[in-house]
Design a protein. Sequence first.
Length: 201
Amino acid sequence: MSPLVISAICIMSPVQTGELQVHTETDVAVPMRDGVALRAVVHRPDRGGPYPVLVMRTPYSKQGRRFQRFVKAGYVVVCQDARGHYQSEDQWESFVRPETHDAQDGYDTVKWAAQFPGSNGKVGTFGACYNAFLQWRTAALRPPSLKCASDMAKPPMANYVAAMLVCNTSSSTASAAANSPLDDAARHCCRVQAMTKIINV
C-alpha cells in the first residue's frame, strides 16, 4: 500500500476549458457501517470529470461554508456533519472518550466519496481544530482511497492530541505518551501533522 501523501494539491484534477460552475446538493445521506446516516452537502462542478474529492467532516455545521474556488479548480467537495451533530443521526461522542465511531465514520465517508458519481476515486481530507482531530482518526485506519490530508493544526498540541486519540490515552497521561514511542497508527498520525501543508479556507 502506498504511503499517505500530505499535500494541499496532490490529487490532480483534469484540465477543463471555461470556468466551472458550482452544483450543490444538500443533506445527502452517507451510510455508515452500523446503519446510521450522516448528512453532507456536496459541492461539485457542473460538468466534466471525473474529479478528485475533498472531504471535511465537522461538528460545526456543514451549512454556510464557501468552497467555490475548490470546485472551480476541479474538485468535488463533501462537507459532512459529524455523528450526532445537526442533520446527522445518532449521539455525539466526545473526542476524550476512549472509544468513538470517529475513525470508522471517517473511513466509511472516504470510501463513499471515492465511489460518488463523478469521483475519480482519489480523496483528500481537510479542516482545522476538531475537523483535524477527525482526520487523524480517519488516517489511522488508512482508507485505500485517502491520498492526502491537511489538518491545519499546529504542534505541540498536535502530538498531544494524536497520542490521546490514536493510543486511547487518558488526558492525564497524554503528554507523556506524546513524547514516548507510539504504535504504528500514532506514529503515522504524528507524521500527518508534521508534513501537512495548509489549505486556506
